[in-house]
Ligand binder design. Structure first.
Ligand SMILES: Cc1ncc(COP(=O)(O)O)c(C=O)c1O
Length: 416
């Protein structure tokens, strides 16, 4: 069979909706300055779907640093991979500052968090080692594990009893193979907003010999007294052996990093294939990240503002009777009972009538019969935005409970 023919016959679980969804439910274009209000299909909407937690995307100092770095270095520099010709003092400076901020001896940069995580996992384990990981691990962790040729055990999300069983099995196995054990969890789970049980996992180190890697994409900059992450929040930084962060969220940039001991960072530097065989992070991203990190460190008021909005939003939604799950982070899921056509109609009404733009998540990401509206509060939202959104949610939920969205024809975006 012709490979192209085969692929276009079945576009995949998301691609199958491409015609109905393109430009509206999938690949929507948000235009204008990044902020609480942006333009979608020519109209201003209140946006709750960007991980711009600290509002740094359009912070004047950030914009200035980005522009100056682009003018000074261009986008090409440095040319080549770090190991060959792409090393600079600024890359090293950023690594030192990131390491110090998350309280680890050393760090190493990635061009994308996603690739970085794949490479960390790939280079840390061989066929004799065992990975034990949370069932809700992010796709980049799963992809890293796809490269692992040894055993892996999954435990149901945050289920410490099962993790213990996994560790018992992994311990027996590695006693035979002579391998080690890597446990992987997220700090903040990006869909549900609940936290990985890092404290309990660290506690298990008293009984089992393993190393702990946390993906703190959503926790870096938002969690902990200084914003150093979810392990700082729990007071267990010393128990986390490898800390992964991305610049894609609080830092409003691109790239990421891993922080750990000096010998391990040295090992990773010389073994992570995606970094050895790919071009170095461009200078504007590095200089921009240095400025962002400076602001994360020196402007705690940004985090205070973020949490003011988070608390108002989550408290308001709970008081209005909404189920927002077990979130303990800025990520705010609103769980409603309804079908996929109802979810589609809600999204259209939310956007067209209320001018609110948020992400909507349905089966298979959440169980059948559940609709999840996911809100990401940021430091650039206002209490007025929160109030307006809660009122809109109340009206929408009343209509949903009344069955009103069942009766509307399946939303046809071509008529909007
Ligand atoms: C939990 C988690 N890990 C890793 C990543 C990947 O990071 P990046 O966007 O820097 O590739 C993301 C998404 O950005 C994420 O949400």
């Amino acid at each position: 069979m012709d490979l192209f023919e085969k692929r276009v016959r079945n576009l995949g679980p998301l691609g199958m909706y491409a015609k109905q969804a393109d430009g509206y439910f999938m690949f929507p274009k948000l235009e204008g300055e990044i902020g609480n209000k942006m333009i979608f299909r020519g109209k201003e909407r209140l946006v709750w779907s960007l991980n711009n937690y600290l509002g740094l995307a359009n912070h004047p100092e950030v914009r200035k640093a980005d522009a100056e770095a682009a003018a000074r270095f261009g986008l090409a520099a440095p040319m080549g991979a770090r190991m060959m010709s792409g090393q600079t003092v600024y890359h090293e400076q950023l690594e030192r500052e990131l390491a110090a901020f998350v309280n680890k001896p050393a760090a190493y940069l990635f061009n994308f968090g996603y690739q970085g995580m794949i490479s960390v996992i790939d280079s840390m384990v061989d066929r004799n080692d065992v990975i034990v990981y949370d069932s809700e691990a992010h796709a980049c962790i799963i992809d890293g594990m796809r490269l692992h040729i040894g055993k892996r055990f999954v435990y149901p999300h945050n289920n410490m009893e099962n993790l213990r069983k996994g560790l018992e099995r992994a311990t027996k196995l590695t006693q035979q193979t002579g391998g080690g054990i890597l446990v992987i969890t997220e700090g903040v789970y990006g869909m549900s907003g609940d936290l990985g049980k890092i404290k309990e996992i660290v506690e298990l180190k008293k009984e089992f010999n393993f190393r702990l890697l946390i993906d703190d994409a959503h926790g870096f900059g938002t969690m902990g007294p200084t914003g150093a992450g979810t392990d700082e929040h729990f007071g267990v930084q010393d128990g986390v052996d490898m800390y992964f962060g991305t610049f894609a969220k609080s830092m409003a940039g691109i790239g990421g990093f891993i922080a750990s001991t000096e010998p391990i960072i040295d090992y990773l530097k010389h073994n992570m294939r995606s970094q050895i065989f790919a071009k170095s992070l461009p200078m504007p991203m590095v200089m921009g990240a240095l400025k962002r990190l400076e602001l994360v460190r020196t402007q705690p008021e940004l985090r205070t503002k973020l949490w003011t909005i988070v608390e108002a939003l989550q408290k308001g939604l709970r008081e209005a009777g909404f189920n927002i799950g077990n979130t303990e982070s800025p990520v705010t899921p609103v769980l409603l009972n309804g079908t996929i056509p109802e979810a589609t109609n809600i999204t259209v009404e939310m956007r067209e009538k209320y001018n609110i733009f948020c992400s909507i998540v349905t089966y298979p990401v959440v169980p059948k019969g559940i609709i999840m509206l996911r809100l990401i509060p940021t430091a650039v939202h206002t209490l007025e935005d929160v109030k307006y959104t809660i009122e809109a949610f109340k009206e929408i939920n009343a209509k949903l409970e009344n069955g009103d969205y069942k009766n509307v024809a399946f939303a046809d975006i071509s008529n909007l």
